[in-house]
Design a protein around this ligand. Structure first.
Ligand code: MSP
Length: 528
């Protein structure tokens, strides 16, 4: 029986179009899912949309649409974007899907029955025109409504509360016993010190000020707080509480043969490392194996956002530079866990340096040389003939191990860098071994053959390792090398390229004119 691996993105708000920040989370998860599949895991990759809440209801009203019409249109665009990015998900969940709504209601009812959720009175600062409650700390500097700036008054309403405090000690204990539960470590400490240790307050988990949400079955005047609704997606998508719960039975385990990984942005860690585990503890379900918090893609003037007019749309980059250029940037240029910069300059520079030069040139030079010196047939691997070959092989092993070690820890950017460092190393190997000199000396024929084999091997192995990141380029490389689609085991087979017939193809990534392209990207950022 193969090991299972369940990976999820956060579900995206359907209140506007998505940008490369959202694409970042989804592509990172896609790369991890593809890697795990390649390593033989039985993978289930979930993504979807978080469609309820007051904001969506208001936006729909402004657009003169029903909330459902409004979200349907956005969801079509999101699905199209994931298809353009070749996101290989297994299921797309919408919080408006019937089975999800039903599961949220069942979960809520169960928690009421158990006494974990109780009805009480919510007191806060109320803004009548906005029909919204605010806590003291949410009010603006004049103690007015943070949304419209008008005066607020103290008000009360009936609401349901979740007894979070009941589970706090259990959760702290879980953290202690499972040091790998939240990563990076700094986020975990922040959560424990700022939220858990000072004591958890009961959480208000229902709203009556709007109705675009999952209705509380016992009390339909109330809708379920959007985060309880949203977090439940991770189990409703697998069939929890439904007649057919095969997927849930298969994937919702956390032990040495079953992994559950939630990848989330740093601003929503709190919901995932406090509320979500407490819901699961209350339902007596296993907790996820890991919650990994990534940083943000930031622009020179801060986090990307519509109001700032600094939004980069993924489709603009895909249409002009190809899908793999964007996937490469997202998986390589931002250290997972930290914030990373996106500037048009950096993007174009990386495409030129890493993709056009380091990878693209190596392929075209290698293919040309195999054609010129060996009529296009890759010489049989013959061990190492000298120190130059030996050193390359030693390094190749290190790069391959580095790739696996980092990918196994979900350090996607580091895993990608291991491959590109290998490609740089192979380029250096050409300078060291000087095949054009060897070619002039008939007695060096065997050495020349060895150089060709090692170069083709480097490209072949790199292309295998690149498959989780780049989804179009590896097959183009295999085609030019004359290789059929390999298995992962071929990565360490030194005879894998013997006798292949290479074929000259078009350049993988044409060199870009820096100034022109920077201007292109900038002129395509929608203004505020
Ligand atoms: N709906 C909630 C999640 C519920 S999960 C049970 C939500 N949605 S979101 O659309 O606002 O964000 C979804 C993800 O996109 C988050 O992980 C967030 O960090 C990510 N990103 C949005 N902008 C981003 C950047 N500029 N950079 C990187 N990721 C960012 O939160």
């Amino acid at each position: 029986m193969s090991k299972t691996f369940y990976i999820t993105t956060p579900i995206y708000y359907t209140s506007g179009n998505l940008h490369i920040g959202h694409a970042y989370t989804t592509v990172i998860c896609d790369a991890i899912a593809r890697y795990k599949k390649m390593r033989g895991y039985d993978v289930f990759y979930l993504t979807g949309t978080d469609e309820h809440g007051q904001k969506v209801q208001q936006k729909a009203l402004q657009a003169n649409k029903t909330p459902k019409q409004f979200v349907d249109e956005l969801v079509n665009g999101i699905k199209e974007l994931w298809s353009n990015l070749k996101i290989d998900y297994n299921h797309f969940i919408r919080t408006t899907d019937d089975y999800h709504v039903e599961t949220v209601q069942k979960v809520f009812s169960k928690l009421i029955e158990q006494g974990d959720i109780y009805k009480g009175v919510y007191e806060g600062w109320y803004c009548t025109p906005c029909e919204a409650f605010f806590t003291e700390s949410q009010l603006d500097e004049n103690h007015n409504c943070p949304d419209c700036g008008r005066p607020v008054h103290k008000a009360q309403e009936d609401a349901y509360f979740f007894k979070m405090s009941k589970y706090a000690d259990k959760l702290i204990k879980y953290y202690e016993e499972h040091p790998e539960f939240v990563e990076p470590e700094s986020r975990k400490n922040e959560m424990i010190n700022s939220f858990l240790k000072p004591g958890l307050e009961d959480l208000c988990v229902s709203r009556t000020s709007f109705d675009w949400g999952v209705k509380v079955k016992e009390d339909p005047k109330h809708v379920v707080y959007v985060w309880i609704d949203a977090l439940t997606n991770y189990i409703s998508a697998l069939g929890y509480t439904q007649e057919n719960d095969d997927l849930f039975k298969k994937f919702w385990h956390n032990d040495e043969n079953h992994e559950i990984l939630h990848i989330v942005g740093k601003e929503i860690v709190r919901f995932h490392v406090i509320y979500w585990p407490i819901i699961l503890l209350a339902l007596d379900l296993p907790l996820p194996t890991k919650i990994f918090a990534h940083g943000w893609i930031i622009m020179k003037d801060g986090k990307m956002g519509k109001s700032k007019g600094n939004v980069v749309e993924p489709n603009v980059l895909i249409n002009r530079y190809g899908l793999d250029a964007l996937r490469y940037y997202l998986t390589n240029a931002i250290p997972l866990g930290n914030d990373g910069l996106f500037t048009p300059e950096l993007f174009i520079e990386k495409v030129n340096t890493d993709l056009a030069n380091n990878l693209g040139n190596l392929l075209s030079r290698t293919v040309s040389m195999v054609i010129k010196y060996f009529d296009g047939v890759v010489p049989t691997y013959n061990g190492t003939l000298n120190e130059i070959d030996e050193n390359l092989e030693k390094d190749a092993k290190k790069f391959i191990n580095r790739y696996e070690e980092h990918f196994d820890k979900y350090e996607v950017d580091e895993a990608s860098s291991a491959v590109f460092d290998y490609l740089s190393r192979a380029n250096k190997y050409i300078d060291e071994s000087q095949p054009w000199v060897l070619a002039k000396d008939e007695s060096k024929r065997e050495e020349l053959a060895s150089v060709m084999t090692h170069l083709v091997l480097a490209l072949y192995q790199s292309a295998i390792m690149l498959q989780p990141f780049l989804v179009e380029t590896p097959s183009k490389i295999f085609e030019q090398l004359g290789a059929s689609t390999p298995n992962y085991e071929d990565l360490r087979n030194l005879n894998a390229v013997d006798g292949l017939n290479v074929v000259k193809g078009t350049p993988l990534f044409p060199r870009l004119e820096i100034e022109k392209e920077i201007e292109y990207i900038q002129s395509n950022m929608p203004s505020k």
